[in-house]
Design a binder for this molecule. Structure first.
Ligand SMILES: Nc1ncnc2c1ncn2[C@@H]1O[C@H](COP(=O)(O)OP(=O)(O)OP(=O)(O)O)[C@@H](O)[C@H]1O
Ligand SMILES: [Mg+2]
Length: 281
């Protein structure tokens, strides 16, 4: 049904044809999205990358947002780059040529955004998928940080991904627009990526006590189903802003960020359950 979010999207039963075969065998790419701005897509992407780094798991962050926030926080300055994800989308560079090491640690690489990404919003949606397929096996997870829109960049991310994770703030405005996300997931599933699965919904910026937040969380559960909402939720904490300003992983704050670290370690385990080899499940 249009505008509603299925609690679980099953895998396609038919074996896909041609270049889709490679993709169907690999399950490591997760798109983190919501059309609403500022809900925490980048915070969740980087929190997961921080947990991956702490666990020593090689992870690629694909920054598909022209704002380039995750590129910057991962220590890469877009002005100094020969190639960005925009060049990859325009087939002017390969993914391997554009990928840069982060300054966080050896385990984390970034496929950086550039300010020229916006003008490529109408790029072909399968180009990113093909580019990621050439490097996906080098990593234990590929996390795509989507822009705050449901345009062609987010469509490209969903076409490249095996799993999608929606970030939602439990507020009245935070829940608005989730129907549009559901419509895009439906559309991509039905057209460019029948293997796409809805991994779930992460609640971000949840206050310690708030009846409004509880009410909105219950409302969200009615829309997506209780089991689609990942636990634990990400609490509202100033340390997230500090980590961005310091261009540091949340795990580097140790005791000062004990709760956020525990939350992202738990969320990362869930991502690993999705992206890891069956033997590790
Ligand atoms: N759980 C949280 N607690 C406190 N601050 C948070 C939390 N999550 C995000 N923020 C802050 O909110 C702001 C927006 O977060 P973020 O950049 O992750 O959102 P976004 O969805 O990626 O935004 P955009 O749509 O612009 O890409 C940032 O300053 C971030 O530090
Ligand atoms: Mg962002």
């Amino acid at each position: 049904m249009r505008g509603t979010l299925p609690a679980h999207r099953g895998c396609a039963t038919e074996w896909p044809a041609s270049d889709d075969v490679y993709h169907a065998r690999v399950r490591r790419t997760l798109a983190i999205l919501n059309q609403k701005g500022g809900v925490g897509k980048t915070t969740v992407t980087l929190g997961l990358a921080s947990a991956a780094a702490a666990a020593g798991r090689r992870t690629l962050v694909v920054d598909l947002d022209p704002q380039g926030s995750s590129t910057w926080v991962l220590g890469v300055d877009a002005q100094t780059l020969d190639a960005t994800v925009a060049d990859v989308l325009h087939t002017k560079a390969s993914a391997r040529e554009a990928i840069r090491p982060s300054t966080w640690c050896d385990a984390i690489d970034v496929l950086p955004s550039g300010s020229d990404l916006q003008e490529h919003e109408d790029g072909k949606s399968k180009r990113l998928r093909k580019a990621i397929a050439t490097v996906e096996r080098d990593y234990e997870a590929v996390l795509i940080d989507c822009p705050p829109s449901l345009g062609n960049l987010t469509r490209s991310a969903l076409t490249a991904a095996r799993h999608s994770l929606i970030v939602v703030e439990p507020s009245a405005l935070g829940l608005r627009g989730i129907g549009g996300v559901a419509d895009l997931l439906d559309d991509v599933w039905g057209t460019s990526n029948p293997q796409l699965e809805l991994a779930g919904v992460v609640l971000n910026r949840v206050p310690a006590v708030s009846s409004e937040s509880d009410r909105r969380t219950a409302e969200l559960a009615r829309i997506v189903g209780h089991e689609a909402i990942w636990s634990p939720a990400v609490p509202q904490r100033v340390i997230f802003n500090q980590a961005v300003g310091g261009r540091r992983p949340i795990h580097s704050y140790a005791a000062r960020a004990a709760e956020p670290i525990a939350v992202f370690d738990a969320l990362w385990r869930r991502v690993r359950f999705l992206t890891g080899p069956r033997s590790e499940r």
